[in-house]
Ligand binder design. Structure first.
Ligand code: C5P
Length: 231
């Protein structure tokens, strides 16, 4: 599912502008399989940022737009994204099975990755939107719903990845943010795991941003984390 020889890491290019994102991408693509463009950068710079970060490298792209609308509108957005040829595109599983199915049907060569529950939502926040009970129950339910609707990948926290793997079985790509190498600053991520732990628990692709992009030498930081995974 990822390029051979490269670490199963998606570097979150949460940059203030396209030039910085392109510079980071160029530095890390020799070491990691995927780069991730998020909503903020995409909205600020427009779809052209995809070509800027991909450059001549042809690296795989994770477009993290977290789509959530009526099925017809999401399908239209996915058709518009097809020409950008990302490897992964995110939608919210809470949009429902029909919405996820519409995204999957519209996608050409893109794996639809469903976000289960945002890690910013605690049990109280979930109760506020009508999802009562432990958050892990909602995560498992939404994971099963999204996979049943054809999603080929799921985004979940490293704390949930073992339970989600047990729920959906093999063959679904599990993508986990909130990953921090030992000794790295957790920043605003409340629940973190090391890259090794997340992979051991069943993750396939680790989203890592600031521990790499905030380093003085992002290329060296990516190489070091990648080497740690090979040991
Ligand atoms: O810098 P850091 O490693 O915390 O970056 C994590 C990336 O993963 C960010 O782009 C963030 O938006 C994204 N993300 C997350 N938690 C989620 C979903 C996405 O941190 N539940």
């Amino acid at each position: 599912m990822t390029s051979p020889g490269k670490a199963p890491i998606a570097v979150a290019l949460d940059a203030p502008d396209a030039e910085t994102a392109a510079r980071w991408a160029q530095a890390v693509v020799p070491h990691v399989a995927v780069v991730k463009v998020g909503l903020e950068l995409f909205c600020r710079t427009g779809p052209s940022v995809v070509q800027s970060v991909r450059g001549a490298s042809g690296t795989e792209l994770f477009l993290d737009l977290k789509l959530h609308d009526i099925p017809n509108t999401v399908a239209g957005a996915v058709r518009a994204v097809n020409r950008l040829k990302p490897r992964y595109l995110t939608v919210h599983a809470t949009g429902g099975a029909a919405m996820v199915r519409a995204a999957v049907a519209a996608a050409e060569g893109i794996t639809i990755a469903a976000v289960t529950v945002l890690t910013s939502m605690d049990d109280d926040a979930l109760e506020g939107v009508g999802l009562s009970g432990p958050s892990l129950d909602a995560v498992r339910r939404l994971a099963a719903l999204a996979v049943g609707a054809g999603a080929g990948a799921l985004v979940c926290s490293p704390m949930e990845v073992a339970a989600v793997r047990a729920e959906v079985g093999p063959g679904i790509v599990l993508i986990t943010p909130g990953v921090r190498p030992l000794g790295a600053d957790a920043q605003d991520q409340a629940r973190v795991a090391t890259p090794q732990q997340a992979l051991a628990d069943g993750a396939d692709l680790l989203v890592i941003g600031r521990p790499i992009t905030g380093a003085a030498d992002p290329g060296a930081a990516a190489a070091q984390i990648a080497a740690g995974l090979r040991r």
